[in-house]
Design a binder for this molecule. Sequence first.
Ligand SMILES: [Zn+2]
Ligand SMILES: [Zn+2]
Length: 342
Amino acid sequence: MRAIVIHAAKDLRIEERPAETPGPGQLRLRLATGGVCGSDLHYYNHGGFGAVRLKEPMILGHEVSAYVEEPGASGFRPGQLVAVSPSRPCGACKFCLDGLPNQCLNMRFYGSAMPFPHIQGAFRETLVADASQCVDAEGLTPGEAAMAEPLAVTLHATRRAGEMLGKRVLVTGCGPIGVLAILAARRAGAAEIVATDLSDFTLGLARKLGADRVINSAAEPEALAVYGADKGHFDVLYECTGVASALAGGIGALRPRGVILQLGLGGDMTLPMMAITAKELELRGSFRFHSEFAVGVRLMQQGLIDVRPLITHSVALNEAETAFRLASDRSQAMKAQIVFSA
Ligand SMILES: [Zn+2]
Ligand SMILES: [Zn+2]
């Protein structure tokens, strides 16, 4: 079977790899679609992010849908479309036992160079997965099913936010996570959503997908500052850039006791601690997800969240590198996906 393997920055290869054999409770899957994620792009463009560096070749990918080939567990049938969760907590460490599987000490999340040996990813023609990772995706397109992973990231953040009904929400950064955060916040009852970015293309999609107002921070650098009058306007900030200036701008626009959800991973950054302290803001990290994966699939199946407009490009496996180049270009791409099989 072929797999998409990153060797170093800009050294992406399609290679033959041996197919794995399913064990008890595992399914053999034929990959349908894989979405290129920000973290895949970091490996492709820079060979890693922060302290996380590629030390050996690694199969990329963690946003995938697949067809069941060999159902090794009850509830599955050949040909069935499933969304495959890349989250594989151990189920036995202190955080798993404490109900925090996304904080698992032995997490084997697909396509991650955080541990060494690296955890190989899911961009491969055949994949063996635990039944517990596979969620029935009947009624969805393979592309939609492959969006379950980034959607779950934003559902987890929304859960971290607490009560959302009637809240005023600011989203900084309108890549796929920012735009999915808009969908998630709206579904959870947000009353007003304002989104910022530097790209008119992604802002256009943010507007189309439900933002009440979008601000191009490059073209209108003062527009967000207006919301900072009288101690601020927004109750919740989804910070999706990982850029210190975006976080600082968002903090300025938050009202007292507002909640910051930090989703963007930009390494260590300087914080306006004075404003955080004096406005009694809460800074909450948000990292990956677990149970929210199946919730996201269900919301899409029920038509309560529509992610289809985010999928701007899909390319064949042979042209996988094109998907990585496209996904890096925010002036024309939101989510680029690779089609492994139809
Ligand atoms: Zn992702
Ligand atoms: Zn664990």
